[in-house]
Design a binder for this molecule. Structure first.
Ligand SMILES: [Zn+2]
Length: 113
């Protein structure tokens, strides 16, 4: 009895808020444990928050990726159009130069009598 009283502690039940001097691990009033099970809840909340953060970041990256891809496609189209225009002009200039060079090398056409 003496050892039991020595081990008995004054405890406040986290569930029903009653104070009891007891060596038991459970509340004599509501029967629930004195130890709070916070760790599983904290772990669950941390997991939930992590999942939410990862989801939000994934959504943002996807949105950013789509916008970047659209912008990149537009830029590629502009550059391609400019390049084709440039190549077309160069091609016409080369043909003109070639025709002028060939005309210069050909002998002059003489009128038949
Ligand atoms: Zn209780």
């Amino acid at each position: 009895m003496a050892t039991q009283q020595r081990q008995a502690l004054q405890r406040v039940c986290p569930h029903c808020s009653t104070i009891a001097v007891t060596p038991e691990r459970r509340c004599p009033w509501c029967g629930r444990s004195y130890t709070r099970r916070i760790l599983p809840w904290v772990a669950l909340l941390a997991l939930l928050q992590t999942a939410l953060t990862i989801g939000a970041v994934a959504y943002l990256l996807t949105t950013f990726g789509d916008a970047l891809e659209t912008e990149l496609d537009d830029q590629v189209l502009i550059v391609q159009r400019d390049f084709e225009k440039e190549i077309g002009g160069l091609d016409r200039r080369v043909r003109r130069e070639l025709r002028r060079e060939l005309d210069a090398r050909l002998p002059a056409i003489t009128q038949a009598p």
